[in-house]
Write a protein of this length. Structure first.
Length: 563
């Protein structure tokens, strides 16, 4: 097993498993799996399923499989396969030597389909999908027997073999399970289980031109691999009778139990692979790993730690009821994680020049400051201090309001880890904008403390104007402007709700040491937020930082309001 621990609290699925173990079911074994389709990149919703399946196997000393449900070669690609492997591994789920493909079992699935035909439980149907809808009936009316349902076993075997041989074009025939055209569950009204697809497969090449459909393949994959508990999302609950029918009708190695849980729905986010693909294809985002995307690779590039995602999945829990989770809770988990681990640094996002008139001209002083007050072993670093500095423009007010404890004429503040300074004057340009401040410093307050015991209410961050470096900073925000996209009108264009402020690119000034950080390093810009040196674009010559999350914790207010 991986050293990564996913400490899932008990939930209704674990109660089911515990009762199975007490009853001696499955010989006391617990075996789960994560079965993504390689037709897109994984997102935060998949992360919940990964953590649940792997964490459940861990909790009960069982095993966890990773299996690609690659039954539709038209939509699948090796790019997606590689991304899935990377994402699952990054999250900490360890499949050990149990990595499989649905396509590994195509021969067995074909033989199972032949068995159904020989049992009179499957037949070849020539109706198109639209034509079959007329025979299938509705939720209130039973279906009627389609043509071909009365074919002999021999005729169906011959047609199915010829389908495999490639005699027929795509869409001309399907193999259907012969169940009940009057079933109250519409999915049991002779569902298609094999279709014709003249397309090469990423794993099997040109060997096959017929492919099993998901509902037929999935339960057989579980059975072949010896999965004990097939944990899936709630929309598959109505498919469970078909899952069980196939397993109970055929002589499979085991009979897995399907259990459904509510999928993750996150505010200001879409989880549909189709919609995410549309965002990528229409260049509304900068690829699958755009840090605004809910994809795992996008979150990784934004700087969200895998441990924070695992904590988030543990916090939201597992239920049978669909709900909408606030994205602020995810931000809270990220912030809590990074607060303990991210080193601190100073960066000025909107620089305003501060000249310390009584500081020696040309002097460069190395000021010592702590790397992380939450981590005693993180040590300290040296930051250059000079006569001319940059501070945040918002840290000065010409006409300070009450309770403004930062810099104003006549006010004294602490420069982080450096000195007390008092503003004496300011300079405006021809447009009336303040472009320069002047101040004096107290040499006796080195390190940010006054020997006479006097206190100041404000502490602000700064960088040296001469020794700081310019960096590109990407400020990410919510991708959409509305919290629940399922609530927008049906005739509305969902893309019109994209947030035009979801990405702002600014130039800022940073401590010189930040440029030396390798890509993919977390850092807290003091008083601003948590940032991540971009894995692709950051370099010493061109520092680039992505904002992972702001310092302000909105979740605490939401949680308090809801309690």
């Amino acid at each position: 097993m991986s050293e990564t621990e996913i400490n899932l609290p008990d939930n209704f699925i674990h109660e089911i498993i515990r009762k199975d173990l007490e009853a001696g079911k499955n010989g006391g074994a617990v075996k789960t799996r994560f079965p993504p389709e390689p037709n897109g990149y994984l997102h935060i919703g998949h992360a919940k399923s990964i953590c649940l399946n792997f964490g459940t196997a861990q909790k009960f000393g069982g095993k966890f499989n990773l299996r690609l449900d690659d039954t539709n070669p038209v939509k699948e690609d090796t790019e997606y396969v590689e991304s899935i492997l990377e994402d699952v591994k990054w999250l900490g789920a360890d499949w050990e030597d149990r990595f499989f493909h649905a396509s590994d079992y195509f021969d067995q699935m074909y033989e199972y389909a032949v068995q159904l035909i020989k049992m009179g439980k499957a037949y070849v149907c020539e109706l198109s999908e639209d034509e079959f809808k007329e025979y299938r009936g509705t939720l209130t009316e039973p279906g009627k027997e389609p043509p071909g349902r009365k074919r002999t076993i021999e005729e169906n075997l011959d047609l199915f073999e010829r389908m495999r041989a490639g005699e027929f074009p795509d869409g001309s025939k399907v193999l259907r399970a012969r169940i009940d055209m009057a079933s109250p569950n519409i999915h049991m009204r002779d569902p298609a289980i094999y279709r014709i697809r003249h397309a090469d497969h990423h794993n099997t090449g040109s060997k096959w031109c017929i492919y099993p459909l998901y509902d037929f393949a999935h339960c057989l994959e579980d059975a072949i691999e010896g999965i004990t508990h097939s944990i899936c999302t709630l929309e598959f609950e109505i498919h469970r009778p078909l899952y069980d029918w196939i397993l109970n009708t055929l002589d499979t190695p085991c009979k897995p139990q399907q259990i459904e849980f509510a999928r993750l729905n996150l505010t200001y986010t879409v989880m549909s692979k189709r919609k995410l693909l549309e965002l990528v294809k229409t260049n509304l985002v900068n690829g699958w790993d755009d840090p605004r995307m809910p994809t795992i690779c996008g979150m990784r590039r934004r700087g969200i730690p895998a441990s924070a995602i695992r904590d988030f999945c543990e916090t939201i829990g597992v239920t049978k009821f669909n709900s909408l989770t606030e994205i602020e809770l995810l931000d809270h988990c990220v912030r809590d994680d990074l607060n303990k681990s991210a080193r601190r640094a100073m960066a000025v996002m909107n620089p305003l020049k501060l000249v310390i008139d009584n500081y020696p001209e040309g002097q460069v002083e190395e000021v010592e400051t702590v790397n992380n007050p939450e981590d005693p072993v993180a040590g300290t670093r040296k930051v250059p201090f000079t006569k001319t500095l940059y501070i945040e423009r918002d840290d000065f007010m010409e006409n300070p309001v009450k309770q403004f404890h930062r810099l104003a004429v006549g006010k004294e503040v602490r420069l982080r880890s450096a000195y007390f300074v008092t503003c004496t004057s300011f300079v405006k340009d021809e447009n009336g904008e303040i472009v320069e401040l002047h101040a004096t410093y107290d040499p006796a307050t080195k390190g940010g403390n006054a020997p006479d015991g006097r206190k100041v209410k404000g502490t602000i961050h700064w960088v040296s104007a001469d020794r700081s470096l310019e960096a590109e900073v990407r400020l990410y925000d919510k991708l959409f402007t509305v919290p629940d996209l399922s609530a927008i009108p049906e005739d509305a264009d969902w893309k019109s709700y994209l947030n035009p402020e979801s990405l702002k690119v600014v130039k800022c000034r940073i401590e010189p040491g930040l440029a030396e950080l390798p890509p993919s390093t977390h850092v807290q810009f003091e008083r601003i937020g948590y940032f991540f040196s971009d894995p692709k674009d950051h370099s010493q010559e061109h520092p680039v930082f992505n904002r992972t999350v702001a310092l302000k914790d909105s979740w605490s207010k939401i949680a308090k309001k809801g309690s």
